[in-house]
Design a protein around this ligand. Sequence first.
Ligand code: SF4
Length: 322
Amino acid sequence: MNASLPDVAAQTAPLRLLIAAPRGFCAGVDRAIEIVERALQRFGAPVYVRHEIVHNRFVVDGLKAKGAIFVEELDQVPDGAPVVFSAHGVPKVVPQDATARGLDWLDATCPLVSKVHRQAERQVEAGRHILFVGHKGHPEVIGTMGQVPEGTITLVETVNDVAKLPFGTDKPLAFLTQTTLSVDDTAEIVAALRAKFPQITGPKAEDICYATSNRQEAVKAIAAECDLLLVIGAPNSSNSLRLVEVAERMGTRSRLIQRANEIDPEWLDGVNTLGLTAGASAPEVLVREVVAKIGELRPVSEETVTTAEEKMVFKLPRQLLD
Ligand code: SF4
């Protein structure tokens, strides 16, 4: 009889739920969503949006319900229709084409991504070849590489890529980075670039944005205590994927989920402390949905662990302020 007491206690003890802060929406995502909402008010539906405004299906479906139409390319936007470019940024040719067609366009590119675009232009104007640290195929990478002429920028994804770069130490070089990378991986790649090319110039810190680095720090603060960490985010959300990696690198099992209904109750077997966070494009309502779902499966004692306060707000485009 006594032998079964610890098992009963283990089953009825509340699950300790550590919720990371900061988590979820960043200032760039808030701004991008507001741009689409204000465009809908100003122009009326439909408003076209080139690419998912932010990488979150819940957000995209909410805007679709209000009259936004999501397309992948500008040629899918009919003449005369308003169009918004997503938070990830677009190659330079996209606004040029939109202007040439006389479209009303609004740019929801995050100002921190636009800053990297301007740096890319300046480096090429100064005669330097850019080594751009990022993930192939991500829309932000396509957008940033599309700011400068072909042949003036090379993508670098790993330390191994650095070893293969064909440039000498006399070639004028600069590095820039995607905003949503792993802070630790990027530091290694930048160190390899600086070691191989002592002449390379670059930003004082890499271009990883405040929201990406704060969310990674917050995960680092709780992961060691957690038996499992859930990250709410989309499979194509770079900053969300990096949060999973950060936890796993610390030896903590981690799962990326988009909604509460993806939680398999078996995941909680043997879990005493569960961590929870959300990528920069996941709204807080999805965090509460997940907390409620976990509460249905186990009694929960909830704690928020805060590692930074965020007060960043970005201005809206001038066209929406008149
Ligand atoms: S994750 Fe960073 S770069 Fe991306 S939209 Fe948010 S603040 Fe901007």
